[in-house]
Ligand binder design. Structure first.
Ligand code: C2E
Ligand code: CA
Ligand code: CA
Ligand code: CA
Length: 278
């Protein structure tokens, strides 16, 4: 028996053997995808819920296979993390995103925030700060407009190390958002210690806003918590106007989701932006 991630015990089975083979194959494919540049980055707009103004974009990686089909990041990011490839991939995404923001500005778009997901493996790597600094210098991005998204669980583990690293990131002028907030178990006192700027409500809790279940209360609690700590609160996965209105009513500042736009290629984003402000 093997302890699974959820803490329950599962038996090895032939099914699992083929699952492992499948993952090995995927990992080999990922390695060649990196080499042959089949990875790219898309950008999903973030808006101010009250004014509708576009405030930023989140960079999200995409992998398109040779046959044209896509592999979801939820499938290959864990493999990239387990194999250590995430360090190189994450650095590449960071540079692409910084370069793209500089390009958006050159095209005359107003200053937007660029949010980049950072895996815990990447964040804990001894060269992380050095690479971050190099990306800033090489791309010429103003660090004030760069934000790193780290997940709640990452922020809470190994508190001393995390605190130190987060402070140094902040010293570079970069802001920090706690991603997937509400899925972990951080306490108010833990959260209060962290040098962060934004709480990001996971889309699971946004989806529950439209149903009459307790999930809506989680969104309400996260918003209240964030506001009490003087943080900006952003909700992801907003798909309809009802959810946007509920979130606004609860005091949520910003939002992101298919209601506004799906993650877009750079050219699609500038087109979307221009149509929106026209
Ligand atoms: P996440 O950081 O929580 O990103 C939000 C996910 O929700 C994205 O999925 C986004 O496309 C999706 N989404 C946004 N709005 C909506 C909506 O209205 N409805 C629905 N159903 N989905 C929406 P995506 O792009 O598939 O990424 C999945 C996860 O993969 C991300 O979750 C993040 O944890 C990870 N990921 C993506 N890109 C990167 C990256 O460059 N580096 C790292 N370390 N992780 C990444
Ligand atoms: Ca994110
Ligand atoms: Ca996530
Ligand atoms: Ca999420």
């Amino acid at each position: 028996a093997k302890k699974s991630r959820r803490g329950s015990f599962v038996m090895y089975s032939t099914e699992m053997g083929s699952d492992i083979r499948e993952r090995v194959r995927l990992l080999q494919n990922l390695r060649s995808a990196v080499e042959s540049e089949r990875l790219f980055v898309v950008y999903q707009p973030q808006v101010n819920l009250a004014s509708g103004a576009v405030v930023g974009v989140e960079a999200l990686i995409r992998w398109r296979k040779e046959d044209g089909s896509f592999v979801a990041p939820d499938r290959f990011i864990p493999l990239a993390e387990a194999s250590g490839m995430i360090v190189a991939i994450g650095d590449w995404v960071l540079r692409m995103a910084c370069r793209e923001l500089v390009r958006f500005q050159a095209l005359g778009l107003p200053t937007l925030r660029m949010s980049v997901n950072v895996s815990q493996i990447q964040f804990r790597h001894p060269d992380f700060l050095e690479k971050l600094n190099a990306a800033l210098l090489d791309t010429g991005i103003n660090p004030r407009y760069l934000e790193l998204e780290i997940t709640e669980s990452v922020a809470m583990e190994d508190a001393d190390f995390m605190l130190e690293t987060l402070h140094m990131v902040r010293e570079l002028g970069i802001s920090i958002a706690i991603d997937d907030f509400g899925t972990g178990y951080s306490s108010l006192s833990q959260l209060r210690q962290l040098p962060i700027d934004r709480l990001k409500i996971d889309r699971a809790f946004v989806g529950e806003l439209s149903q009459q279940v307790s999930g809506g209360h989680i969104a309400a609690m996260v918003i209240e918590l964030g506001r009490n700590l003087k943080l900006t609160v952003i909700a992801e996965g907003i798909e309809d106007e009802g959810q946007a209105q509920s979130l606004l009513g609860l005091g949520c500042h910003e939002g992101q989701g298919y209601l506004y736009a799906k993650p877009l290629l750079p050219a699609q984003f500038t087109e979307w932006y221009q149509a929106r402000v026209a």
